[in-house]
Ligand binder design. Sequence first.
Ligand SMILES: Nc1ncnc2c1ncn2[C@@H]1O[C@H](COP(=O)(O)OP(=O)(O)OP(=O)(O)O)[C@@H](O)[C@H]1O
Ligand SMILES: [Mg+2]
Length: 209
Amino acid sequence: MRGTGLVRTFDHPEGPIHVLRGADLAVEPGELVTVSGRSGSGKSALFAILCGFDTPDAGGVELNGTPLTSPPTWRDCAVLPQAMGLAQELTLAENVALPLRLTGTRDPDVQSLLDSLGIGALADRYPPEVSFGQQQRAALARALSVQPRVLLADEPTAHLDHGSVPAVLALLRRAAQDGAAVLVATHHDEVHAIADRGLVLTDGVLHPG
Ligand SMILES: Nc1ncnc2c1ncn2[C@@H]1O[C@H](COP(=O)(O)OP(=O)(O)OP(=O)(O)O)[C@@H](O)[C@H]1O
Ligand SMILES: [Mg+2]
């Protein structure tokens, strides 16, 4: 995945917010890269552009060797959004199985994915019936269910207790080992520790960390 010269400005009554001012990045298949930067620096705005939820004012995104002109399939780019975005009317297991149903893929072992994240016993519960940390792990399972070629995880450990972090890190690492290009926005040192390299978003531009 590659982003080149990404520019994004948001209108605001107090004046325009110049969030991205020419950000460049490239994440190769098999690589796990972190993005850090202070709150409000634009990490989530960058991710929205990389996965086609938002369009840059200038610059472009290349996904799996093809310029991104419309929202990609979940298999080409799966996302763990910061706000998680689980369907509230579906159980955790149904949420995880959803991308597979939409892509017509054979059912994976949803239960073992949930088990590996320590939330297997909650498979039949609905998102409002579980904690934020448990929802976050379900949203990661959903993103991983299709074995995506690119995985964008926006603060995947933000709501987790320390005991739950290793399982999440192991799955992120395994996704990269299986060949995915993995980009993780995070403030947490444990995540940086398992990354191949880190980037820092400052003043709308990405620098090596
Ligand atoms: N859709 C939008 N409309 C207007 N302003 C926006 C929009 N999205 C983001 N912003 C602004 O862009 C800036 C960057 O926000 P963003 O959510 O990307 O930060 P972040 O680095 O992800 O922060 P955090 O670490 O708290 O998650 C903020 O000032 C935010 O208010
Ligand atoms: Mg954010």
